[in-house]
Design a protein around this ligand. Structure first.
Ligand code: G6P
Length: 368
């Protein structure tokens, strides 16, 4: 209803702008008193049991599956536990061998997706410990898993997930921190990560102030029928999510790729009519990525940079640039995600699409 929308035009827009709050809510009460690690009330697994986990398998669908890919990177990086990610719908029929010390984690915004529920049940049937990360208290997936973490992002109405996605990444970053602190991650590193996480809501607020600028940029690109999203390492899942957002609500054909993979195929698509969104996080990998961007430019492809502020973008490489504040690596995926949400939203509006109710899609899919 209009009342629920308040000053906003669409639920997607409202939910994008709610992210400083939804992210804060996901962190509330979840750091140790000395602010060096995360604490979760509902894992139902002791630190001792968690130290014995030697592999984690994540299961999900859609946007939540992209959260799993971020989790894979963060948990391997900060907790040094091998992680695998599987589409829930594939896992169920695949009969993959799992070790008894494997922990299975399902991520689902609704907690009702039948593919994810089916996979969770299959994992339980085989005797694995299961956790759920989900946004709806008392959902079927929450009830049927052995333990879990609620996102507390608040109800998400827009079919294209926005605040639920960033909230899932936030939870996964906190989980990586917690698991890391049960193993090798130092006290000092823990303190630094908590600080970085606590700063996220205000940094998201800063990015949201670029709303009008991003709308202008989006207008320029709304006429194209193809678009690539490129990113490396932690930015790869965000590239996938950017492509998913754009195709879901604007019906533009979009693909996400790790930038270095371009030369193995997708570069064939590059021409004046196929722009690329480049997700440039800081770090040494940024320099390597520039060569990939040059390949796009050389083929007359337009390039939109979504770049961390410390990235030094050489003259003439970017057609448009959206800057994201400098931050700790662990929160980069959250911050970089905000501009691509706004970009997709405004592209879809420009094309006259119904952003809250895209064709053929449902918020929660309860059939197989
Ligand atoms: C549907 C929605 C997607 C969502 C996916 C998984 O396809 O349209 O936005 O990512 O289901 O939903 P879940 O509730 O399990 O996260």
């Amino acid at each position: 209803s209009e009342a629920e929308l308040g000053d906003y035009d669409h639920f997607m827009q409202k939910e994008i702008f709610e992210q400083p709050t939804s992210l804060k809510n996901g962190m509330r009460g979840r750091f140790s008193d000395d602010a060096s690690t995360a604490v979760f009330g509902g894992l139902n697994l002791s630190p001792q049991e968690l130290r014995q986990v030697d592999r984690i398998l994540f299961l999900a669908c859609g946007t939540a599956w992209h959260s799993c890919l971020v989790a894979e990177y963060l948990i391997e990086r900060f907790a040094r536990i091998p992680v695998e990610v599987e589409y829930a719908s594939e896992f169920r029929y695949r009969n993959s061998p799992l070790d008894k010390n494997t922990l299975v984690i399902a991520i689902s915004q609704s907690g009702e997706t039948i593919d994810t529920l089916g996979a969770l049940r299959e994992a339980k049937r085989k005797g694995y410990r299961t956790l759920a990360i989900n946004n709806s208290v008392g959902s079927t997936i929450a009830r049927e898993s052995d333990g879990g973490i609620y996102q507390h992002a608040g109800p998400e109405i827009g079919v294209a997930s926005t605040k639920a996605f960033t909230s899932q990444i936030m939870i996964c970053a906190m989980l990586a921190l917690y698991l890391g602190r049960l193993r090798d991650l130092s006290y000092g590193d823990g303190i630094e990560i908590v600080k970085a996480l606590q700063k996220v809501p205000e940094q998201v607020e800063e990015i949201l102030k670029q709303d009008a600028k991003i709308a202008e940029i989006a207008k320029k690109y709304a006429k194209y029928e193809d678009c690539l999203f490129l990113g490396r390492q932690l930015m790869f899942p965000i590239a996938l999510e950017g492509a998913l957002k754009l195709k879901e609500i604007s019906y533009i054909h979009a693909e996400g790729y790790p930038a270095a993979e371009m030369k193995h195929g997708p570069i064939a698509l590059i021409c004046e009519e196929c722009p690329s969104v480049f997700l440039a996080a800081s770090g040494e990998i940024f320099q390597k990525s520039l060569a990939n961007v040059q390949e796009v430019k050389a083929r007359k492809g337009k390039v939109i940079f979504v770049a961390s502020e410390e990235c030094d973008i050489p003259e003439g490489l970017a057609d448009d640039t959206i800057i994201v504040p400098e931050c700790h690596e662990i929160v980069q995926p959250i911050l970089m995600c905000i501009p691509i949400q706004l970009f997709s939203y405004y592209v879809a509006l420009e094309r006259g699409c119904d952003v809250d109710k895209p064709r053929n899609l449902a918020k929660s899919v309860t059939v197989e």
